[in-house]
Design a protein around this ligand. Structure first.
Ligand SMILES: Cc1ncc(COP(=O)(O)O)c(C=O)c1O
Length: 368
């Protein structure tokens, strides 16, 4: 029997927690609380507590979080910043847009920056590293911090895909000068439009971001503290996110159950590499369940023909887009995985029957 399995179904999530989301909506509308009100503060407090940092500052997007962090660290023209070759383009764009140069480093088998290759990419101009925690699994932050301390570099964590993940019990987004978050609708914690935040333990960085997100203004005194931006997290989005954050621990458990179901049913297929890594220090929260199929597009097209929505980010690595003018220093692992990646449906709204159908289609591709 053919079924249709969506990659995500936002309307289904809405129905799962409709009463709470509706209550949040009506509270905002009734009070007329639109900009920088209690709902934003509440979400910031709860996000900081969840991540284990002193501060969280709500922004308009994950991109803004990265951009703001680099500004807060004083990074600009003449500086170089280490970023992974396999990530969403925004990681590198934030570096370019503060006037600095992204220097790309290949990733390892876990899709995260290969720490063995960072030091060879450092120059006298290197000022920062942006490790990306991809798909719900952290980069090796112990090693990143070691390298950063040795070379006096700022660390900005791109944790946009990994809210809730940890290493040695210390949460993603609590290791660097800042942790950068995206609440784009299909993230592990997604809003109903764009949204983002930084988390930090540094009071000056938190104050800088709080002012700069509002055109540089101190909202108590009216004083402008610099030329800033308009990138404040909407109060309405904050209200929705606060509701969903309460469900996140339970939803992470569900994601792990789905991952375990895929693993139990698919790990015997030699041409399919599953995203389960052997590092007991790191906890995977499976924002994405990205497999590597040796058959690349033939596999992903077969899944689509079977009624299953899959994502193949990123078949074309971002440094291969000519207009971005980025230096390709040679990234064999990124090149290889780009041909093979395929993210299977992984979300809290999927049913076990749907997961089993995905498994059936994968197995039928391999004639099993
Ligand atoms: C790794 C990574 N970095 C940065 C971003 C940018 O976040 P946003 O789309 O909220 O600007 C995203 C998400 O899209 C992401 O996945």
């Amino acid at each position: 029997m053919t079924m249709k399995v969506k990659f995500v179904e936002p309307a289904k999530v809405y129905r799962m927690i409709k009463d709470e989301l509706d209550a949040a909506y009506f509270e905002v509308m009734d009070k007329g609380d639109l900009i920088d009100r209690g709902q934003l503060k509440s979400f910031e407090t709860n996000l900081a507590a969840f991540v284990g940092t002193k501060y969280a500052v709500g922004l308009n997007s994950g991109y803004d979080a990265l951009h703001m962090s680099l500004r807060a660290a004083g990074i600009g023209a003449g500086d170089e910043v280490i970023v992974p070759a396999h990530t969403f383009v925004a990681t590198a764009s934030a570096v370019v847009n503060v006037g600095a140069k992204p220097v790309l480093v290949d990733v390892g088998k876990d899709f995260n920056i290969d720490c063995r290759k960072i030091e060879e990419a450092l120059t006298d101009q290197t000022r920062a590293i942006i490790p990306v925690h991809l798909s719900g699994y952290m980069a090796d932050m112990e090693r990143v911090i070691e390298i950063a301390e040795k070379h006096d570099l700022v660390v900005v964590e791109d944790a946009c895909q990994s809210l809730g993940s940890s290493m040695e019990g210390k949460m993603a987004g609590s290791w660097g000068l800042t942790g950068c978050w995206s609440f784009y609708p299909f993230k592990i914690l997604g809003g109903y439009g764009d949204g983002g935040a930084i988390t930090t333990n540094n009071p000056e960085v938190a104050l800088f971001a709080t002012r700069m997100r509002y055109n540089g203004e101190d909202r108590d005194t009216g004083e402008y503290h610099g030329h800033g931006f308009t990138c404040l997290l909407d109060n309405m989005q904050a209200a929705f996110l606060d509701v969903k954050l309460r469900h996140l621990p339970r939803w992470i458990i569900r994601r792990k159950e789905i991952a375990a179901r895929y693993r139990a049913a698919l790990s015997d297929l030699p041409d399919l590499l599953l995203p389960h890594y052997h590092d007991s220090r790191r906890d995977h929260v499976y924002q994405n369940y990205t497999v590597r199929s040796k058959q690349g597009n033939v596999f992903s097209e077969f899944m689509k023909a079977g009624g299953i929505e899959v994502l193949t980010q990123f078949r074309k690595p971002y440094y291969r887009h000519e207009a971005l003018k980025l230096e390709d220093r040679g990234f064999p692992e990124t090149e290889a995985l780009s041909r093979e990646v395929c993210s299977l449906p992984m979300n809290v709204e999927i049913t076990d029957d749907e997961v089993d159908y995905v498994i059936e289609v994968v197995r039928s591709f391999y004639n099993k």
